[in-house]
Write a protein that binds this ligand. Structure first.
Ligand SMILES: Cc1ncc(COP(=O)(O)O)c(C=O)c1O
Length: 451
């Protein structure tokens, strides 16, 4: 907050971004429809337009965008092939037909080719909705009530699962697992029957499952934790969780809202070769259009197909988002190795560059990267690695990161000021763009982080 106030004081004539936000606060609660976009420590930035990997604000400032709208923009801003597919659909056939359509059938078949475990699926409009449906499905099919989630993992804000995923250390269960706390005021006792457990500790998960014998409907996870910075699963962790859930008759739900289509065409389940029971997709699947999907085997999805578990939605599977999905899926399947090799190469270039600069300037840090997902953690002390949410809470210097982000934003590179949020790259970031980012990182570190 201090930093924002200082920057306001220094600004002789307020920026247009600042003025728009001030005015918006009079008609939109908090100034924007997502709290994550208007946190108190955000430097004002009202976006005007984006092209490729670049973004311009209403003051005409240009940024290399390392946020990519929190992940959906796998092909950057204004991707021509998606625009072409969407405009053809709305110009020739309509946006919302209110009937089954051939295009949603085609998209489902294309998803199935990438995610063979999604034998049957349903479309939804957001990750929150799709996860809520997935846990309802797991409860209905198993006849059990309890759900296990992980510290630091986010699955949307529904009553069923929104837990305090960024709880303070003192609010976390001392035993390593325990009842999940509500994520917000107003949850009326929710999230009911949700247990939270530490990430990347199979023994803990085993103990948690045993403590709730025969009552766990599902274990829900981001197969690569991306909502407390990027913390991949340890080697064999996903396989271990798969075996434990099978042993206990609980479903394994992979919330691939972030990782689906991003880390591989077939998501983290393809990347790590571990098959969940239920899969949830969203962000990169739509390339910037609001879509989500959840799906599983025929046997599991039968209750949705026959209507005994309700799922609906006026806009679910509408033709606009389906045409965007079709363009994304056609591209990732036709150009699979070219796309993911490039994303891996630029992801590694960014991660290695950040690591090298921070090491050279003796700035304590940890860098994690999986493909186009990159996290820089600025830590209070030199540590080997971060393995779970508690490690991030214990060791990370959030104020230092905010300060660093503010200077980077001023230099024309945008990523989120909270190090819980990862950086996302797109096919439109070139090696030269990453080299420019790294030059600016080096200048910023030299000027602001070195004592
Ligand atoms: C892993 C994960 N699951 C679910 C959600 C919720 O998706 P939405 O914001 O579309 O409701 C998010 C959002 O960032 C997410 O990262």
């Amino acid at each position: 907050m201090d930093i924002v106030m200082q920057s306001r004081k220094k600004t002789v004539s307020p920026s247009h971004s600042w003025q728009v936000l001030e005015r918006a606060r009079d008609s939109i609660a908090g100034g924007d429809s997502s709290t994550m976009r208007v946190l108190p420590y955000h430097l004002p930035l009202v976006a005007e337009h984006g092209i490729g990997c670049r973004l311009w604000d209403v003051d005409g400032n240009e940024y290399i965008d390392l946020n990519m709208a929190y992940g959906p923009l796998l092909f950057g801003h204004c991707p021509p092939r998606i625009i072409e597919s969407v405009t053809r659909q709305i110009g020739e056939n309509g946006s919302q037909l209110g009937f089954p359509t051939e295009i949603s059938m085609r998209v489902a078949e294309k998803i199935k080719a990438c995610f063979p475990g999604m034998e049957l699926m349903r479309f939804a409009n957001s990750g929150t909705e799709a996860v809520a449906s997935a846990i309802r499905l797991a409860r209905a099919v198993t006849g059990r009530s309890k759900i296990i989630v992980f510290e630091g993992h986010y699955h949307g804000w529904s009553e069923g699962i929104f837990h305090r995923y960024h709880a303070s250390l003192s609010d976390l269960p001392p035993a390593g697992f325990g009842a999940a706390l509500p994520g917000t005021l107003g949850m009326n006792g929710g999230p009911r029957d949700v247990i939270v457990v530490g990430w990347n500790d199979l023994d803990l998960l085993d103990r948690c499952l045993n403590a709730h014998l025969d009552s766990i409907a599902a274990v829900v996870m981001e197969p690569i934790m991306c909502n407390s910075g990027c913390i991949p699963a340890h080697e064999q962790y996903l396989q271990g969780a798969r075996a434990l859930t099978q042993e206990h008759g609980a479903m394994l739900i992979f919330d691939e809202v972030i990782t689906g289509v991003r880390v591989a065409a077939g998501g983290a389940q393809e990347y790590y070769q571990v098959a969940p029971d239920i899969t949830v997709l969203s962000k990169a699947l739509g390339g910037g259009y609001p879509v989500a999907a959840f799906g599983a085997s025929r046997a599991i999805m039968r209750v949705i197909a026959d209507g005994s578990v309700f799922h609906g939605g006026v806009y679910s599977g509408n033709a606009i988002v389906m045409s965007a999905c079709e363009a994304v899926l056609d591209d990732v399947t036709a150009n699979r190795s070219k796309i993911y090799d490039h994303l891996e190469a630029i992801g590694r270039q960014l991660a290695n560059g950040l690591d090298e600069i921070m090491t050279r300037f003796h700035v304590p840090h940890v860098v994690h990267q999986v493909g186009s997902i990159v996290s820089l953690f600025l830590t209070t002390d030199e540590i080997e690695d971060l393995h779970c949410y508690r490690d991030v809470r214990r060791h990370c210097d959030f104020d230092k990161y905010i300060h660093f982000q503010h200077q980077m934003q001023r230099s024309g590179v945008y990523f989120h000021p909270n190090q819980f949020e990862t950086m996302f790259l797109s096919t439109e970031h070139s090696a030269d763009d990453i080299a420019t980012v790294l030059d600016r990182v080096e200048d910023t570190v030299r000027c602001t982080l070195v004592k």
